[in-house]
Design a protein around this ligand. Structure first.
Ligand SMILES: C[S@@+](CC[C@H](N)C(=O)[O-])C[C@H]1O[C@@H](n2cnc3c(N)ncnc32)[C@H](O)[C@@H]1O
Length: 277
């Protein structure tokens, strides 16, 4: 029976090590419990029945690794997720970024782009969007394609709209999209300052040092083990300008950040950190 499938620690290690050796893609540092759950889902979806058959599929179909990556990284996300964060971002932008000539932002692990549209709307509402350049990266190619299209199912838009109401009760979310049968198409001018690209946060080189005023990496590090998190935090620290803002997700733990002498927690409820000089 499909739901009786189990993935042992040994199978997980062999599989992730084989993927690393053959494709150079590193899942060895992912948190094992959730990775096992995701692998079982792939095995079920493709009716493969075992980890062995899954590996045979890798060997027979050279493109399967990309399908696997997309399946493993399916990202839960929504616009104005955690509305309190966006209220805080709005006031930080008004108070602190108003005087800047330009603002550079990195959305690391942007998934299907909801976070990028959210920031676009906030920037538009505080009249700073013309100053911003953003990069939005993920290693899920399907997710990036959705982000670029700006097309979301009307059911997803109900959640987005509800979140937006908590962020700004005095404005109408409908102004930011048009309805197209069962889908909604976002106003693409909200993200025209953003460049989407494929990037594996674990293995790919970080951007140039000191580039960004704000880095978002929300609900991505939850997938990684301690060592990988530490390495990634170092990358983010280097990529930020002095006093730059680093924003993590409500599901992310703050242990590493609190212990480090690199960041200051400036807003606990919104999980916003500032790079120390
Ligand atoms: C839960 S979503 C988070 C989306 C958004 N940041 C948010 O909080 O709403 C996690 C995203 O991290 C991406 N991800 C996971 N591991 C990654 C890696 N090694 N490199 C780049 N992106 C990764 C997944 O593809 C997925 O889109």
């Amino acid at each position: 029976m499909a739901d009786a499938i189990d993935v042992t620690d040994f199978e997980l290690q062999s599989l992730t090590q084989s993927i690393l050796t053959r494709y150079g893609i590193d899942f060895t540092c992912y948190e094992p419990k959730s990775l096992k759950r995701r692998i079982i889902r792939v095995i079920n979806n493709f009716e493969l029945e075992s980890v062995h058959n899954l590996w045979v599929k890798f060997l027979r179909d050279p493109k399967f690794v990309f399908t696997f990556m997309n399946e493993i990284s399916v990202g839960m996300t929504s616009m104005f997720r955690d509305p309190i964060l966006w209220k805080n971002i709005k006031s930080l932008l008004r108070n602190e970024f108003n005087q800047k000539a330009n603002i550079d932002i990195w959305h690391a692990g942007c998934s299907t782009g909801e976070e990028v549209f959210t920031m676009g709307i906030v920037l538009k509402e505080v009249n700073l969007i013309h100053k911003v350049k953003a990069v939005a990266t993920d290693f899920n190619q399907d997710a990036i394609a959705t982000a670029q299209s700006g097309i979301y199912h009307k059911i997803k838009m109900i959640e987005n709209e509800n979140n937006y109401k908590q962020f700004n009760a005095f404005s109408d979310f409908a102004q930011y999209y048009t309805r197209e049968s069962s889908d909604c198409k976002m106003d693409l001018s909200l993200t025209s300052h953003s460049k989407y690209s494929y990037q594996n946060l674990i293995t790919d080189l970080p951007p140039s040092p000191g580039m960004f005023d704000i880095i978002f990496c929300r609900n991505v590090m939850i997938y990684f083990d301690s060592k990988a998190k530490e390495n990634l935090l170092e990358k983010f620290y280097n990529a930020l300008k002095p006093k730059g803002l680093f924003i993590i997700g409500f599901f992310d733990t703050m242990g590493h950040l609190n212990d480090s002498n690199k960041f200051n927690l400036i807003n606990e409820e919104a999980k916003i950190f500032r790079k120390l000089e």
